[in-house]
Structures are given as structure tokens and as C-alpha cells.
Design a protein around this ligand. Structure first.
Ligand code: SF4
Length: 329
């Protein structure tokens, strides 16, 4: 089978106590059944502490937040379970975070989550290079081969568009939306045609409205909010700063979400979700890296928020093509 990962993947190392927004902060960790069983039968003070904070809801087990943080998070920034029992004792989510794994049967893609500050640094500071290896294993894919073929052939072009310096940063982001629709047409059965970026930009200009950043921020404020920091930033949208890192953020999103369209044949809604994040990250106060990391923490790590945006991508006034194209200018 093919194994693919960005070149920075293997250089990631958790910065633990130096992390500015630890994954042990604000999230309630979902504990897999095997780990929950181990924790509940663990002897000694660590077992007592785990039993005190584990709870079940809707058939899942969670570790309850205490004062908005994981109760296993020590004051030195390290995890008590890891410190006392080693990495293997961590539950699956904590062992894997921020590593992403998408298994398509004949293709395994690995990546890092933008919601981890150290991963965000690597993602936004590194030129994207995808490494491909052939490794043993794999199984017969269950996806629709024709659709996956379209997605596999088009993704490298989308990634290349985002680093084409013939175009400005907002132009490249606009082009991503137009190219997403172009490939959506192919998925929907349109005759194959070449994509002409210059013509696409002219067309985007005709579609673009004035771009209402307040409307987009208001829409995001209506989602399920996790952190006060995100809420405060959404309430303070400002003029856009078109930093090159926005294209790296978009490349990260294309790597993570493009092939997911094989599940429901809807690529355009994923591109719109991603570009709404870029349009916001450009406009929120504070460093772009922090804005991008918070966006991912609030949206990509919440199945509820992600589904809401994907479902609303065509009907929500904040997410219309006219508004997004207007904001990417
Ligand atoms: S968010 Fe990333 S860098 Fe920070 S503690 Fe978690 S894994 Fe480590």
C-alpha cells in the first residue's frame, strides 16, 4: 500500500511544559474502552484519581475537566499518567494527538493537526512536501474508485495553485474555491476540461460581493464555542493581513479534507469550510498562527461544528460564494 505524509511529520515533538495551549486544556478527553477498563482497575493513588474523574455519557467514557483542564495535567505541564506509567499507559486519543491518520485501504495518509500549537508552527513555517513510500499491508479499498481517481489527480494541482507566486495570496485562495468547483463539476459528471486560472479569476471577480467579515464572524459566534479567546477574537475582526502562511493553512486543509469528499462526493463544501477559516484567520487580531490554531481547535476538532459548517456551506448567507469571494480580496 501507499503511505503518504508531509515531510515535517517525522520532525514533530511535543513541547509539553512549553506549550502555549496544551491539548490538556479545555478539551474533555474521550477515553477508549480498553484504556477506561485499565484506568478503572488501576491500583494506588493514580487509579483513585482516575476513578474520581472518569464518567460515562451516551455509551462513551470521558475524563472530566477540572477548572477547565485535564485533572491529570500537572503544574509542570506534564501528564501525570505518562510521568508515572509511561507513554503506553495513555489512552488512544492522548497517545495519537496531534497525529492524523486517514486509511483508505490502499492508501494511508498521515498528518499533524493544526490545533496543536507546535504542529501549527511546523505546518505554517514549512514548505509542503509530501513524502510517498510503498509499505506492506493494506486492503481492498471500499471507496468509489472513479471519484477517488478524480480527487487524487486534482489534489496536487490544488496544492500547486496555493504556492503559485504569479498570484497574490488572496488570488490563490480565490482560485482554490474556483478550482474546487471545477473539480466538483467533474465529480458530478461534467465533461473533463482544462482549468484556466486567469479566466477563473475573472469569473470570481464577477461573482464576488462586497464581503461581510462581520457576518462571517457572527456565524462562527453562533457555533458551539470552546474557548473565550476564540470568542474575543471573533468579536474584534479587523482589516485582513494577507500573509503567505494563509496559503500554507489552505494547503494543510487540502491535504486533510480533499480526499474526504470520496465519502459523500461533496468537495466544494469542504473547500468553502476551509476558506472561511482562512478568511477569518486573516482578519482576527493576534498572530496568524494563533488564529489558525484556534480555528482548528474550535472547528476541526468538533464534529458538531464541522458538520454544521459543511451542512450550511451552500445556504448560510455568511458562506455564500459571493461573500467568501468578496472576503478573499
Ligand atoms: S498541544 Fe501539541 S505541543 Fe501542546 S501539549 Fe499537546 S501535543 Fe504537546
Amino acid at each position: 500500500m501507499e503511505l503518504r505524509y508531509p515531510s515535517y511529520y517525522k520532525t514533530f515533538a511535543c513541547i509539553a511544559g512549553d506549550c502555549p495551549d496544551s491539548c490538556c486544556h479545555e478539551w474533555e478527553v474521550q477515553v477508549d474502552a480498553a484504556s477506561a477498563g485499565r484506568y478503572r482497575s488501576m491500583a494506588g493513588p493514580l487509579g483513585d484519581a482516575l476513578r474520581e474523574h472518569l464518567y460515562d455519557e451516551d455509551g462513551e467514557t470521558y475524563l472530566r475537566n477540572v477548572e477547565n483542564r485535564c485533572p491529570m495535567w500537572r503544574s509542570d505541564g506534564l501528564c501525570r499518567i505518562q510521568a508515572e506509567q509511561g507513554h503506553e499507559a495513555l489512552c488512544t486519543v492522548c497517545q495519537q494527538f496531534p497525529r492524523l491518520r486517514h486509511d483508505y485501504g490502499d492508501l494511508l495518509e498521515l498528518g499533524l493537526e493544526l490545533s496543536c500549537p507546535e504542529a501549527a508552527r511546523l505546518i505554517l513555517e514549512s514548505r509542503l512536501e509530501l513524502v510517498t513510500e510503498v509499505v506492506p499491508g493494506g486492503e481492498e479499498p471500499e471507496y468509489d474508485g472513479e471519484i477517488m481517481d478524480i480527487l487524487k489527480k486534482s489534489r496536487p494541482y490544488a496544492l500547486a495553485l496555493l504556492e503559485n507566486d504569479r498570484y497574490t495570496v488572496p488570488e490563490r485562495l480565490r482560485l482554490l474555491l474556483m478550482f474546487g468547483y471545477h473539480i466538483q463539476g467533474a465529480i458530478d459528471g461534467a465533461e473533463p476540461a482544462a482549468f484556466d486560472p486567469d479566466a477563473a479569476l475573472r469569473e470570481a471577480g464577477q461573482f464576488a460581493g462586497p464581503g461581510d467579515a462581520g457576518l462571517l464572524a457572527e456565524y462562527y459566534l453562533g457555533l458551539d464555542l470552546l474557548t473565550r479567546r476564540w470568542q474575543d477574537r471573533l468579536n474584534a475582526v479587523t482589516a485582513p493581513r494577507w500573509e503567505e502562511a494563509l496559503c500554507r493553512m489552505a494547503q494543510y486543509g487540502v491535504c486533510r479534507h480533499w480526499f474526504q469528499a470520496v465519502s459523500d462526493w461533496d468537495l466544494a463544501c469542504r473547500v468553502k469550510m476551509l476558506l472561511s477559516g482562512c478568511a477569518l484567520a486573516a482578519r482576527l487580531p493576534g498572530a496568524l498562527r494563533d488564529n489558525a490554531q484556534l480555528w482548528s481547535k474550535e472547528i476541526e476538532n468538533s464534529a458538531q461544528n464541522l458538520d454544521t459548517i459543511l451542512d450550511g456551506a451552500y445556504a448560510e448567507p455568511a458562506l455564500t460564494d459571493a461573500n467568501l469571494l468578496g472576503l478573499l480580496a
